[in-house]
Design a protein around this ligand. Structure first.
Ligand SMILES: NC(=O)c1ccc[n+]([C@@H]2O[C@H](COP(=O)([O-])OP(=O)(O)OC[C@H]3O[C@@H](n4cnc5c(N)ncnc54)[C@H](O)[C@@H]3O)[C@@H](O)[C@H]2O)c1
Length: 391
């Protein structure tokens, strides 16, 4: 849509037929794109979705933005990236720019995409240009979007960089030129690893403060009064979504490939992974003595407020720990209807303890407070209310 707004005609190629049909019917699958914005682009012929890869031959710019998840061993799974590169290659026209926007380890463009395309592209397509410009979108963010978030651009040669900068300068306010694709790829991993490490630091510090009876939020507020050299992060159930828990593991894998151990990153990932267990223990401390199978209500299960996305949500681990500890667990999320094979219950489901895991819009804990239900607030939203315990 950012490219459409900039005057480009855009084709979205996706091998998931249901999504193609949904988009072409004018129903947006992306929170930050409204149906009306999509419908205008469709009706003007500026955008369409298709599963026909041959349409790629019409493109002068191809951006690859397929998921880059982890496999069963929690290592990079580049199967979709490989299949996307394989899918477009036979249809790449001469003088086309190919950009990788997917998050991956430094070297992905050069090691995987370029050899695949060069092997399978039509013989007549002599000049193909390659760049990396990692996606930086923050879903649900009312301020930062595709247009006003600066975009890193790193290419394999000068000619590619000229084309890539021209494209991103047309759709973003600022394109930041870096010397190689590897710098852009590494910067993306650094950005998300920075968040993972700082969240782990505050999660660990929170547990330490709790054992000493110190309110960690007051400590964070106090430290934040320093005008330089400190940036506040808040504790929570853990890290979720398809970026913060995943991308740093691309970094640790890339490090190990070079016989290097990224110790601080590995430890941070472990601390965050243990947070759901810690939160479950804290919730059980709030159960009245003598209740052997407590009813525990989780409020908010998406990985962050304002989205319906439950991918990699740490609330899943929390749910499973509570069940393993013998609780009867229900959950409520105004934006999520089905999850872990069950449906969202009403937010006043009778319970022994409620855990506010994600502060979703529409959640209201006042009735639970009025009933005297103990609440563990992992979001620090209701710090001064009676019966509410912050992490
Ligand atoms: N969504 C974000 O908030 C965000 C932010 C920053 C970076 N990223 C990165 O962007 C990339 C894409 O993430 P996403 O969340 O947009 O993905 P997504 O899960 O929304 O998937 C994008 C689409 O790719 C399609 N797809 C998968 N394999 C394909 C193939 N071989 N050919 C054609 N289509 C295929 C899927 O059907 C899906 O519709 C990832 O590398 C992610 O790390 C995403």
């Amino acid at each position: 849509m950012a490219a459409v707004d900039a005057g480009w005609t855009v084709i979205g190629v996706d091998n998931f037929e249901a999504k193609v049909a949904q988009i072409n019917s004018g129903s947006s699958p992306v929170e930050d794109i409204s149906d009306s914005q999509l419908k205008v682009a469709l009706s003007k012929g500026l955008y369409k979705a298709t599963n026909d890869f041959s349409t790629v031959s019409q493109a002068s710019v191809i951006t690859i933005c397929v998921p880059t998840p982890l496999d069963d061993k929690r290592e990079p799974d580049l199967a979709l990236l490989r299949s996307a590169a394989t899918g477009i290659a036979p249809y790449v026209s001469d003088e086309t720019l190919i950009v990788s926007e997917s998050t991956s380890y430094p070297g992905t463009l050069r090691d995987i995409i370029i050899p695949t395309v060069n092997k399978l592209k039509p013989e007549a397509s002599k000049n193909v240009y390659f760049a990396s410009a990692p996606e930086r979108v923050n879903p649900g963010d009312p301020v930062w979007n595709q247009k006003n978030t600066p975009r890193l651009v790193g290419s394999i040669d000068d000619a590619s960089q000229v084309k890539a900068l021209a494209f991103y300068e047309s759709i973003c306010d600022t394109a930041v030129s870096v010397s190689t694709p590897e710098v852009a790829e590494a910067a993306k991993l650094l950005e998300n690893t920075f968040r993972l490490v700082n969240i782990a630091l505050i999660n660990e510090f929170t547990q330490l403060c709790a054992t000493s009876g110190i309110n960690v939020h007051e400590v964070i507020d106090a430290a934040s009064s320093k005008p330089y050299g400190f940036m506040p992060f808040r504790p929570g159930v853990g890290v979720g979504g398809h970026c913060i828990p995943v991308d740093p593991l691309y970094l640790t894998w890339w490090a190990r490939k070079q016989a290097f151990v990224a110790r601080i990153v590995e430890t941070s990932a472990e601390i965050n992974q243990n947070m759901p267990h810690y939160v479950a223990s804290r919730a059980f401390q709030l159960v009245r003595a003598g209740v052997s199978k407590p009813r525990i209500l989780i409020l908010g299960v998406a990985y962050k407020p304002g989205v319906a996305d439950v991918r990699e949500t740490p609330v899943l681990e929390l749910h499973d720990h509570l069940v393993a500890k013998g609780a009867e667990v229900a959950w409520c999320d105004p934006l999520v209807t089905d999850w872990v094979g069950t449906k969202s219950v009403g937010q006043n489901w009778p319970c022994d303890v409620a855990i506010l895991a994600t502060r979703q819009p529409g959640l209201d804990i006042n009735e639970l407070i009025a009933k005297g239900t103990p609440i563990l607030d992992c979001t620090n939203s209701f710090a001064n209310k009676t019966g509410v315990n912050s992490l």
